[in-house]
Write a protein that binds this ligand. Structure first.
Ligand code: SAM
Length: 204
């Protein structure tokens, strides 16, 4: 009889040995993604006490928790995700597909007419591994986030958005440049080197 193999697939082995997965576990951070925002914050100082911040693609909530800690009780965090998210004190959660008008309308209601200081988008589609599906998927989400940032950000505000290098990147970069005074690319250390993921940071 053929032997059964018990070796872990590579991605699983990588997951359990990943420095940031271990760190998230030890610190009680909701996901390793939290360290990406922390590293961007160390460099760009985007978050300040009292800010109003929109967090798109927020589940399971590491970015929202980090933002809330940085902006304090005077600030406001509105988190949006298509998936349900466990409650976080001081974070207003909206569950819905951000491509839907109803979700966007709920976000505007939650803002109570205020402009946002910072719009974050870590939204990503479920990855199929097929670039012809995954690349358009991320850019649909990034463009929805950009539309929201253009309408909801105050002058001088910032927009941080996840995208994938490859097809669509240059076009989206040009679109960002047409809406923001400055656009910078960020690849935090916690973003896996082999991943095509990068963040674009637009400053109004
Ligand atoms: N920043 C999060 C954190 O710190 O925990 C991790 C975000 S995870 C990489 C990407 C998220 O985008 C997922 O939770 C997914 O449900 C969300 N997402 C994907 N498509 C979406 C959509 N159409 N509308 C809202 N959220 C979406």
């Amino acid at each position: 009889m053929a032997k059964r193999h018990h070796s872990k697939p590579n991605w699983l082995a990588e997951h359990f040995t990943d420095e940031y997965v271990k760190k998230a576990h030890l610190t009680g951070t909701r996901s390793r993604a939290g360290f990406k925002l922390e590293q961007i914050q160390c460099r760009d100082r985007l978050l300040k006490p009292g800010m109003t911040v929109i967090d798109l693609g927020a589940a399971p909530g590491a970015w929202s928790a980090y933002v809330r800690d940085k902006i304090g009780h005077q600030g406001k965090v509105i988190a949006v995700d298509i998936l349900p998210m466990d409650q976080l004190a001081g974070v207003e959660c909206i569950q819905g597909d951000f491509r839907d008008a109803a979700t966007y309308a709920a976000l505007k209601v939650a803002l109570l007419g205020e402009a946002a200081d910072l719009v974050l988008s870590d939204m990503a589609p479920n990855m199929s591994g097929i670039p012809a599906i995954d690349q358009p998927g991320i850019y649909v989400l990034a463009e929805c986030a950009l539309d929201a940032a253009c309408e909801l950000l105050r002058p001088g505000g910032h927009f941080l958005v996840k995208v994938f290098q490859g097809a669509g990147f240059e076009d989206f970069l040009m679109l960002m440049r047409s809406h923001f005074k400055q656009v910078a690319t960020r690849k935090p250390k916690a973003s896996r080197a082999r991943s095509k993921e990068v963040y674009l940071l637009g400053s109004r």
